[in-house]
Design a protein around this ligand. Structure first.
Ligand code: IVH
Length: 671
């Protein structure tokens, strides 16, 4: 096939994929199955691999083209990104309308009502129909360039067809501003995963969004399934449609995701109706909102009205009352979670918040207690988000609400098992270190049995509770000692179910080494790390006896993970557990991924922004060829691989006379 016809075929395929991305991520209305979509994508990847010369940055395959960076570059906004003034009551809203009417000299203004999405605002700059830059709000005039992260969001078009833009009345060079957010479902799932890995959980989706937008590693942003809603359209920093409502319609027509829950209100009564109707309905939305934004629709009047210091006079945010209340902390008690984390929980005089009685609220950890200055006996403001557990926001103090006096202190021993409680330097959380703590045990068994680990179907919460409460299972190895007779003694357990569970348990022994490693529940060792460990060492014994330095040679394993693994196997209980699992017949060996020898004995340091590989890819490439990657340059370093914007490491290399190479040279060395 000729080059030209290949290119045509590839571009056709890209158009098709863009269309299906639009149907799925923007309209939420796919026309084809996920499997068929994957097929198209794989076909495109295959063709592009055969013809790398025609790969363009706006190809759907190039969303996660990023590389880990050391920081973000500042970027100036075309015009200030402003915030909004708030109104908290109908009266304040009517006052606003009066001001707006007086200043504009207009009495029948129309208002665009939009949901106030609770995420993070972003500016997207398009040039010649292609996404050029994504910039955070920053201080309003200068933000941070987060383009690589923004590109991973599937509802953000990487390029838009010229005809479509033209038809929508949008020039090829334009800017869109809007809100990046994390849907609640993704938020819940990610927090669950973090909890499993023993990481601190995020308090709300907005915090998660902010952390994700500023991730230095774009592949992490990509995994987090963020969403983007457009609500502002500019050219050279200025609005150019004569109405906000028309700009929204144009953005929608061009292919952006625009929130459908919007309304052009003829007067403030209609605005108020919209506000009230969403106050109740907001609970059912798949993302969080914290109010309604009301904008004077005609841009001519907007210009007339102008701005105060940092907010436009022509718009206002009506904020829904936070779902909270004031109550007294009667006591603070540490609660042990399944990772062993002790969470201080405030026991409250129960108060109704948003339809439910709240008697407990989390104080997260000692840092939060210190920051809030909370004591037992204090009166506090408690808030409940859409789906998050109630939390204490601040201490209230006045003549009706005197301060408490008793400080809360973390116990030195676990309230459940009496084991030692430690706080690792640099971490906010206290943890019970006893691997056999019953609170941990149930969590550990559920993790071990879950689908991605040992896949023991039928071993759910109810059964695990019975097994641990009756002392039949004291650690995960005991699962393999269960008999039909012992199971039949349990409630709601017949012959057939007992046989099924035992069959499932027996089957799990055949699962590969990486599952067993993941199943041990070592802090920070997730599914991926377990896989890399298995490939690198080839056996559980080798991992168990590895030093921190040896562990750090594994792909994606840094000092923190290495130390956690060493610590785990240093514990006598854990070593006994591993022995029992061995005796039970679980898979302890696997296929060691043979390494090349081309770079054997050579140490590399990566610095700057690499253009062709992510940091992880480059690291893996070096390690697969037998080399080692280190974080700092020393006399022992053989090569420094420098990308663009390389900083102090490059200077150090030059100073020490270490060879500095680029990516192409690295590829050559690897072969
Ligand atoms: S308009 C000058 N529209 O609310 C125009 N903002 O409190 C300013 N927000 O920084 C923004 N939904 O992050 C606008 N439909 C919406 C919005 C919205 C959420 C956020 C945005 C802004 C903040 C101001």
């Amino acid at each position: 096939m000729s080059g030209a016809s290949n290119q045509k075929k590839i571009e056709g395929l890209r158009e098709k994929i863009r269309h299906h991305e639009y149907r799925y991520y923007v309209l939420d209305d796919p026309e084809i199955s996920d499997a068929d979509f994957d097929k198209l994508m794989n076909e495109l990847k295959r063709m592009e691999a055969e013809h790398p010369e025609v790969v363009t940055p706006d190809s759907p395959t190039q969303r996660v083209g990023g590389k880990a960076r050391e920081g973000f570059v500042k970027a100036k906004h075309s015009s200030p990104m402003l915030s909004l003034d708030n109104a908290y009551s109908e009266e304040e809203l009517r006052d606003w309308e009066r001001r707006v009417q007086e200043l504009s000299g207009q009495s029948d203004l129309e208002y665009m009502c939009e949901l106030k999405l609770d995420g993070m605002s972003l500016a997207l700059v398009y040039g010649d129909g292609r996404l050029e830059r994504g910039i955070t709000r920053g201080d309003g005039s200068v933000g941070e360039d987060v383009t690589l992260n923004v590109r991973t969001v599937r509802s953000i078009p990487l390029s838009l067809a010229k005809e479509k833009l033209k038809k929508a009345g949008i020039p090829a060079d334009f800017e869109v501003r809007g809100e990046m957010l994390m849907p609640l479902a993704a938020f819940r799932k990610l927090n669950e995963e973090r909890e499993k890995q023993g990481l601190t959980v995020f308090a709300n989706p907005r915090n998660f969004t902010a952390g994700t937008v500023r991730q230095l590693e774009p592949s992490i942003t990509a995994q987090r399934r963020m969403d983007f809603f457009a609500y502002f359209l500019l050219k050279d920093g200025q609005t150019f449609f004569d109405r906000q409502s028309k700009a929204m319609d144009a953005l929608e027509a061009a292919g952006f995701k625009v929130n459908p829950n919007r309304r052009l209100a003829k007067n403030l009564d209609e605005v108020w109706k919209f506000i009230q109707s969403w106050e109740a309905k907001r609970e059912a939305l798949p993302y969080e909102i914290d109010g309604i934004v009301i904008k004077v629709d005609r841009t001519a009047w907007q210009r007339e009205l102008g701005f105060t210091g940092k907010a436009p006079r022509w718009a206002i945010a009506y904020k829904y009352a936070a779902r909270g209340g004031v109550t007294k902390i009667e006591n603070i008690e540490p609660q042990v979670g399944r990772t062993g984390k002790l969470t201080p929980v405030a026991r409250l005089i129960p108060i109704p918040i948003g339809g439910t009685m709240v008697a407990n609220a989390t104080l997260h950890n000692m840092d939060v207690i210190e920051r809030l200055g909370v004591k037992i006996g204090d009166w506090v403001e408690v808030e409940r988000g859409g789906d998050v557990i109630p939390k204490v926001v601040k201490v209230v103090e006045d003549k009706d609400h005197p301060r408490g006096h008793k400080n809360f202190e973390m116990p030195e021993h676990c309230p459940v098992c009496g084991g030692n409680v430690v706080r690792t330097a640099g971490e906010a959380d206290h943890r019970c270190v006893n691997a056999n703590c019953p609170a941990k045990l149930q969590g550990a068994i559920l993790h071990f049995a879950s689908r991605h680990v040992m896949n023991i179907d039928g071993l759910g919460e109810a059964l695990v509770n019975q097994l641990t409460e009756r002392g039949l299972v004291k650690n995960v190895a005991d699962l393999y000692k269960l008999t039909k007779e012992s199971l039949l003694e349990l409630e709601r357990m017949g012959e057939k179910s007992a046989e099924n569970v035992l069959g499932e348990i027996a089957d799990s022994k055949k699962l590969p080494l990486e599952r067993v490693i993941y199943g041990l529940g070592i802090r920070f060792v997730g599914e991926r790390t377990a896989q890399f460990l298995a490939e690198h060492f080839g056996s559980l014994d080798a991992i168990m006896h590895a030093s921190a330095e040896e562990l750090e040679e594994v792909n994606e394993v840094g000092p923190r993970i290495a130390e956690s693994i060493v610590e785990f196997f240093a514990d006598e209980h854990n070593r006994r557990l591993v022995d029992d699992l061995r005796k039970a017949g679980l898979t302890f060996t696997g296929q060691k991924k043979e390494k090349g020898t081309k770079l054997a004995g050579k140490t590399f340091v990566l610095t700057g922004t690499l253009a062709r590989h992510t940091r992880d890819e480059a690291k893996k490439m070096i390690e697969d060829a037998g080399g080692r990657v280190s974080g700092s340059v020393s006399k022992k370093t053989d090569y420094v691989v420098a990308g663009s914007d390389a900083g102090s490491k490059l200077d150090k290399a030059r100073e020490l006379g270490v060879s500095v190479i680029d990516e192409e040279k690295l590829e050559e060395l690897v072969g």
